[in-house]
Design a binder for this molecule. Structure first.
Ligand code: F0G
Length: 482
């Protein structure tokens, strides 16, 4: 991807790849979208993909593969044990991260399962810059407590802080002084923060946070699922990284940690995951869980074809022209929405554009899930599927009280190399229309609320008849346009 200045003076992202396989899309008329979202219990996770025009739910496992990845899949070595494919993946990970041991797992949360089962004891703490849904669920399942130590800027919706994902080192120091290092199972750093706008951490912050841990003998764990975007931001926003290559920045970050785990559904443009480990003792501590829950040690639940694709994908992650595609499209989307006065998280981060539902729908109380309502309304208005990242994505406390999320966001993920700029512009236009008609949008309430990870499959209903009113307004303003 390049950022090119056009003769008109406009600066736009320009694709440095061409599309050689396509998939036909459906854009249903709004009346059919109305039926589809009702059938999905107003939860975008429950929509059928054939009813979706642009799927911006996630970038997980849906990034476009390159010709090189597809080619590598053909040479996959199908063996239960000791396949050459495993060795190629292992060698690539050692080359990039410099850690001696690797345990494969079928996806990121499987790695989290293994980590928390091995390392979290009841009553211990796991400080993080910010939690991710599955990482928190696994820690609490083992009786541990997640503490979020994000710098203040991280929770400010609009900001010009380039590294809003930074760990609050002073808060970590205070925690260690208060509880003692033994009470901390490990420190988990997520690069960058999924739930608060894909915001990155600086190399300086990685170094400072992990140095403090090392001084106190505390284990450090990097969640590298979103590392590709973070690397781009280190390179483009941090002076000390400007002259470093992407592999050099990668190694500088990796050198800070004892353990690195990742979802290869994000990092590596494939589908899988795993844990890289520096010390033999930690490796042995976790190893037994892989054959028990994932598969043999040389595939861990992944298909060998995917492992080949991940190996090549990891190499492509070291290419700035490849990893800047997501951030540059996201920046375009965020800047265009911002220019129209639509509340978005700034600065633009990785993963996707994030709309601030609290300011988009100030009349919808948090108890009525403004971000969930906005995601449903956006699907109705456009066929674009986003994801609620707010109170719905939280889980109730053990006593049944419902914690309100720090932010109510609708995330519009941009899977890498999948959409064109005109598709992104269509989404911007329909969000603009929705913003002009925001007063019509109301809240949601649960009709079926699961206990764990309720956002995945809970069902809701609109409060009042706002869905009908919004559909009427769409027809009034846009005629028979889809
Ligand atoms: N860590 C981070 C930072 C993630 O973003 C994810 C997944 C995981 C761990 C879990 O990995 O899905 O392979 O089990 N994020 C996806 C998303 C689900 O849509 O943001 P997984």
């Amino acid at each position: 991807m390049a950022k090119v200045t056009f003769f008109s003076g406009q600066q736009l992202p320009l694709e440095m790849h061409k599309v050689r396989i396509i998939q036909k899309l459906n854009l249903l008329p709004i009346e059919e979208r109305q039926r589809a979202i009702a059938g999905a219990g107003y939860n975008t996770f429950l929509l059928q993909n054939t009813d979706v025009f642009l799927d911006m739910l996630t970038d997980s496992g849906v990034n476009a593969m390159s010709d090189q990845q597809q080619a590598a899949m053909l040479i996959a070595d199908d063996a239960y044990a000791g396949s050459a494919t495993y060795t190629r993946l292992y060698d690539k990970l050692v080359e990039l991260f410099g850690m001696t041991y690797f345990l494969p797992a079928h996806q990121g949360r499987a790695a989290e399962h293994i980590l928390s089962k091995s390392l979290v004891k009841p009553g211990t703490y796991v400080p993080m810059n910010y939690h991710f849904t599955t990482s928190k669920a696994h820690v609490t399942e083992m009786g541990g407590e997640v503490l979020e130590l994000i710098t203040e800027a991280g929770l400010e919706v609009t900001s010009d802080d380039p590294f809003k994902g930074n760990f609050d080192v002073a808060a970590l120091k205070a925690l260690i002084d208060d509880k003692g290092a033994e009470a901390i199972a490990y420190v988990r750093i997520e690069a960058g923060t999924n739930l608060i706008g894909g915001q990155p951490l600086s190399l300086a912050n990685f170094r400072e946070t992990t140095q403090l841990c090392r001084d106190h003998g505390i284990l450090t764990v990097l969640d590298a699922s979103l590392l590709a975007d973070n690397l781009h931001f280190n390179k483009t926003r941090e002076a000390q990284c400007a002259d470093m290559s992407i592999p050099e920045i990668t190694r500088a970050i990796a050198d800070c940690f004892d353990i690195i785990y990742f979802s290869a559904r994000k990092l590596g443009f494939g589908r899988g995951g795993g844990i890289c480990i520096r010390d033999e003792a930690h490796y042995k501590q976790m190893r037994a869980l892989v054959p028990m829950f994932e598969g043999f040690l040389t595939y861990g639940g992944m298909s060998v074809r995917e492992m080949e694709a991940i190996t090549v994908g990891l190499d492509e992650t070291m290419d700035e022209d490849m990893i800047n595609q997501g951030p540059l499209f996201i920046e375009h989307m965020v800047n265009e929405l911002d220019a129209r006065g639509i509340p978005v998280i700034t600065p633009a981060g990785g993963l996707g554009a994030h709309i601030d539902a609290m300011r988009f729908l100030p009349h919808v109380p948090q108890q009525q899930y403004p971000a969930g309502a906005l995601a449903a309304a956006l699907y109705l208005a456009s066929g674009v599927r986003g994801m609620e990242r707010g109170t719905l994505s939280e889980q109730r406390d053990p006593d049944g009280t419902e914690p309100m999320a720090n932010m109510e966001l609708v995330r519009l993920a941009l899977p890498r190399r999948v959409f064109t700029l005109s598709q992104v512009n269509y989404a911007i236009d329909r969000i603009d229309w929705l913003y002009q008609n925001r007063d019509l949008v109301g809240g949601l309430r649960f009709v079926e609320e699961p206990e764990i990870l309720r956002f995945f499959y809970g069902r809701l209903e609109p409060i009042g008849d706002w869905v009908e009113k919004l559909t009427e307004a769409f027809r009034r303003d846009l005629g028979d346009s889809l």
